[in-house]
Design a protein around this ligand. Structure first.
Ligand SMILES: NC(=O)c1ccc[n+]([C@@H]2O[C@H](COP(=O)([O-])OP(=O)(O)OC[C@H]3O[C@@H](n4cnc5c(N)ncnc54)[C@H](O)[C@@H]3O)[C@@H](O)[C@H]2O)c1
Length: 253
């Protein structure tokens, strides 16, 4: 007899979520979406979250710093006894010609986009592996699956995040911990707006390539984050899920 499909594509109510870079943009949309489904939310952001709803834990600190990351998880341990979903989302770009990229700029992008993701995943797994359950998510990018000029540090780190996720999924899957990445296309956030304003990204060209005819909304990415943290994703591990309006598929003019 076939199994009836009873698995929900929403996270279980009460899910304890940590999201880095959760003050704005994609991270905030993920936090809001989990909260709307009964989640308990902890944000780690370098900026204060002025409008955090009552009951959220909001930690100001760097998602590239081991001690700041550990302190955020420890706050969840104290408040809620652990973590169910950890989303390493904070990231930065350095869009400029590689001949002009400084060593400091290169290292700053690696620190946050790659080392920060590893340290967040490691701190989460230190709790999830003994518990025998948990979900770790990373925000990669379409530039973790393809590449382009003038974003060497960004593409290098996002490509590395894609393979880091596969490695950690292989290691921690046997312990009941799923590790997956989301690869967003161009999403309307402050990060994108800044690059457009600086003339580093051409909005019309993006729209022309995006087959669904619009830029992403943070909620489009949050929908995937909710699904990956839900029972319906119980057999998804080591995947890089592109959510890009068809941008990657459309290589041609
Ligand atoms: N917007 C896009 O088009 C797009 C596309 C693909 C991937 N991404 C990825 O999505 C993630 C989120 O991007 P976004 O567009 O929401 O950016 P955003 O600039 O709108 O928000 C980023 C958030 O991260 C925080 N942050 C930055 N550095 C931090 C640090 N060191 N420690 C803690 N918090 C820090 C910021 O304060 C902010 O709240 C990034 O990893 C980015 O690379 C974005």
């Amino acid at each position: 007899m076939p199994d009836p499909l009873v698995l929900s594509a929403d996270p279980v109510p009460g899910t304890r979520l940590l999201v880095t870079g959760g003050a704005r943009g994609i991270g905030r949309a993920v936090a809001d979406a989990y909260a709307a489904r009964g989640g308990r939310i902890c944000i780690l952001d370098r900026d204060p979250v002025a409008d955090a709803p009552a009951g959220w834990i909001s930690r100001q600190g760097s998602a590239a710093s081991g001690p700041d990351i550990e302190a955020a998880f420890a706050a969840m341990d104290r408040a809620w006894g652990g973590v169910d979903v950890a989303h390493a989302n904070a990231g930065m770009s350095a869009n400029k010609a590689s001949l002009e990229l400084t060593e400091a700029e290169w290292r700053a992008v690696l620190d946050l986009n790659l080392t920060g993701v590893f340290l967040t995943a490691q701190a989460a797994a230190r709790r999830m592996v003994p518990a025998g359950a948990g979900v770790i998510l990373a925000t990669s990018s379409i530039y973790g699956l393809t590449a382009g000029p003038n974003r060497a540090a960004y593409t290098a780190t996002k490509g590395a995040v894609s393979n880091l996720v596969r490695s950690l999924a292989s290691e921690w899957g046997p312990h009941g911990v799923r590790v997956n990445a989301i690869a967003p296309g161009y999403v309307q956030t402050d990060m994108l707006e800044t690059l457009v304003q600086q003339g580093l990204i051409d909005r019309a060209a993006l729209l022309a390539r995006t087959t669904l005819g619009r830029l992403g909304r943070p909620a489009d990415i949050a929908a995937m984050a909710c699904f990956l943290g839900s029972p319906a994703a119980a057999w998804i591990n080591g995947a890089i899920m592109s959510v890009d309006g068809g941008w990657l598929a459309n290589g041609g003019p």
